[in-house]
Design a binder for this molecule. Sequence first.
Ligand SMILES: *[C@@H]1O[C@H](CO)[C@@H](O)[C@H](O)[C@H]1NC(C)=O
Ligand SMILES: *[C@@H]1O[C@H](CO)[C@@H](O)[C@H](O)[C@H]1NC(C)=O
Ligand SMILES: *[C@@H]1O[C@H](CO)[C@@H](O)[C@H](O)[C@H]1NC(C)=O
Ligand SMILES: *[C@@H]1O[C@H](CO)[C@@H](O)[C@H](O)[C@H]1NC(C)=O
Ligand SMILES: *[C@@H]1O[C@H](CO)[C@@H](O)[C@H](O)[C@H]1NC(C)=O
Length: 409
Amino acid sequence: MVTLLLAFRLSPLLLLLLAGPAIVTAGDLDAAVPPDTEAAALLRLKATLSDPANALEAWSPSSPSAPCNDTHPWPRVQCYNGGLIGLRLSHLNLSGEFDFAALSRLPGLHSINLMRNNFSGPLPASLATVRSLRALYLSSNAFTGPVPGEVFHTMSWLKKLYLDNNDFSGVLPADAIAGAPRLLELHLDHNRIEGPVPSKLPATLRRFNVSYNHLSGVLPEAVAVRFNESAFAGNPGLCGAPGSDPGACAMAEFVLMSNVAGEFGLPELMKASAEVLGNGNLGSAYKAAMRNGVTVAVKRMRDMNRVGRVEFEEHLQMLGELRHPNVLSPVGYHYRKEEKLIVSEFMPRGSLLYVLHGDQSPERVVLDWPARLRIAVGVARGMAYLHEKLGIPAMRLIILVFVGSTVGF
Ligand SMILES: *[C@@H]1O[C@H](CO)[C@@H](O)[C@H](O)[C@H]1NC(C)=O
Ligand SMILES: *[C@@H]1O[C@H](CO)[C@@H](O)[C@H](O)[C@H]1NC(C)=O
Ligand SMILES: *[C@@H]1O[C@H](CO)[C@@H](O)[C@H](O)[C@H]1NC(C)=O
Ligand SMILES: *[C@@H]1O[C@H](CO)[C@@H](O)[C@H](O)[C@H]1NC(C)=O
Ligand SMILES: *[C@@H]1O[C@H](CO)[C@@H](O)[C@H](O)[C@H]1NC(C)=O
């Protein structure tokens, strides 16, 4: 086997000159990393495939011609100026773990078409090693797992990505997609992708389709105006998409910023059993225990009708990024003009107000002065941190609200 691999790394001419098989060790093979020969790469690839119809029979070490031979090219290869530029492997019932790494040293390889095969499971990690690709067609297989973000980083030439009609799930890698430098087409329809539609898409993108998935949230206006509405159909939970559920927009108003407290949405939150933790000037705080076992603290804001969505969201995003032992970062929020909820992790010891003033019951724990001092210091540290991080001269409304229940001690 080792001998064979070496033979195909050498040019066909050199091969003819060799009287017998060269004997080398595996170490030698790795040490010399010449540009791969196309035949060697294709044979390595073929070794990983199950090909029930024997469509690739002619891909053989005993083939008398090179893959891109002028007159006798190998079947299903696409050549240009004698070099391999594409693989057309659609509609062959192929399966197995497609070894993209086998193709990673063919700098001329621009396109791979695996549409309508029998591939399943998550996309192999080796995919991102084929940096030269301009087009990747994986439609109509049974691929699972998330849409891999690395593809958009490492394949900087990628123009067309077809992942439609598979079983992809999870949330879209929004940042990676936004950063794809040359992407023209992204086809994701008929999968099981969830979460929001990214609000930033590459300026180069001409065709985008996420129809028939499990997307949710609000369809961003900037995205909606760029593409035909059929690109968003078939997502019942996507507010603003054609044919979405009438309730989708109310549900969409909940934004989960972090899953440190657990995974939940507005439906779970609305059905949670609630217990009042305290009433303050700015609103009431509740403990919400959801049926899925997640417990959170919810603040229902009062008198905030004048705070606009953008300002509200900016504050929440800033707070969401903060990490400090004396500051409890929000994990989600719900914004509507008439109702604003801020959700944070539930601290079993309760809010500052509650601890300081007690619940007036006979068994209540009375805080001694050293404990109160520790709390005050904790609050001061938290405030100082917020002050420094956010650079807000006078503590703004939302910040103050948080300090009420943020004191870890
Ligand atoms: C192409 O393949 C044919 C048939 O195998 C062979 O005779 C010819 O020499 C090959 N051409 C080149 C340029 O290798
Ligand atoms: C693929 O498999 C299906 C079902 O087994 C069969 O009907 C079809 O002919 C196969 N296609 C090829 C190209 O072998
Ligand atoms: C497709 O793959 C599955 C296993 O993943 C296998 O059972 C089935 O026979 C394959 N179908 C064809 C047409 O090769
Ligand atoms: C959107 O696409 C559908 C079919 O896919 C077509 O009938 C319709 O005319 C398109 N709308 C616009 C505004 O291009
Ligand atoms: C999006 O995909 C769906 C389903 O495959 C199709 O019906 C629709 O015409 C496509 N729309 C666009 C704009 O590509």
